[in-house]
Design a protein around this ligand. Structure first.
Ligand code: ZN
Length: 251
């Protein structure tokens, strides 16, 4: 019953959008009002508020984690938690808040796979990220385990990466890494529990394809970074040169 009430309202909202679609042909995919574009001007303005297009290096991220957990020194942090950031930089397009959070959750969990074009364009239309991507050879979307992907019907990061692949010279290797261990949903775990949960969950299929390459590891949402960090660790172990974690939104 607890989950039924919000789902019921989502359903009514979706049905009313469909009815609108019958009469007006094109509607905004966020507010549902008649509109020629995928997203209306008003909703585009609402999205703009969360834009960041920011790059952070791993040292800054490490400092942020230290501050958050109030650990005295990095050495202590490493020895206590066996923790280190393995990727070189993080680039994020939005803050994971408000409307952006709502859209990403809808894209990920409510079957709204058609939002992949919108999110791919967020990356493709940004000058800053296009300049950075020139220095990279391969893009790898964060994999899902087989059962989860079957249940959802799609891997949300793979859909976006495949659109980017068509527009860019970047090679997309969606099958370079396999998720070999089913893991608990990360959202209810803290940083260290997430790290433990995700440990040894991935396997590199083609090590030669990774060696000496600059890699873009692509994910939708960055929260503690435990998943992308675990993948970065094994990528570096097989000789990846530089790793950029690219995400749509950062928490
Ligand atoms: Zn709208």
């Amino acid at each position: 019953m607890k989950n039924f009430v919000p789902n019921f309202f989502i359903l009514i909202k979706e049905i009313s959008k469909k009815i609108n679609n019958l009469f007006f042909h094109n509607i905004c995919n966020i507010c549902g009002k008649p509109n020629e574009n995928f997203i209306c001007e008003n909703c585009q303005k609402r999205i703009k508020k969360f834009e960041k297009y920011k790059i952070i290096n791993s040292k800054t991220l490490e400092r942020q984690i230290l501050n958050f957990y109030q650990t005295k020194s990095y050495d202590e942090f490493q020895s206590n938690y066996n923790s280190k950031i393995y990727f070189n930089n993080l680039f994020y397009c939005f803050e994971y808040k408000g409307l952006i959070r709502k859209l990403l959750l809808k894209y990920k969990f409510s079957g709204a796979s058609y939002f992949c074009h919108f999110f791919a364009n967020v990356i493709l239309n940004n000058k800053k990220i296009n300049e950075i991507l020139k220095f990279y050879d391969i893009m790898i979307p964060v994999p899902m385990d087989k059962i989860k992907k079957l249940k959802r019907g799609y891997n949300q990061t793979e859909l976006i990466a495949n659109i980017i692949k068509k527009e860019k010279k970047l090679t997309v290797k969606a099958d370079a890494i396999k998720k070999i261990k089913p893991t608990k949903t990360q959202s209810k775990l803290n940083f260290f529990e997430r790290q433990e949960n995700i440990r040894e969950a991935f396997f590199i299929e083609n090590k030669e394809a990774i060696k000496n390459k600059n890699i873009v590891l692509f994910d939708d949402i960055y929260t503690t970074g435990a998943t992308v960090n675990e993948i970065s660790k094994i990528l570096k172990q097989v000789g990846a040169k530089k790793i950029l974690v690219l995400v749509i939104a950062k928490d």
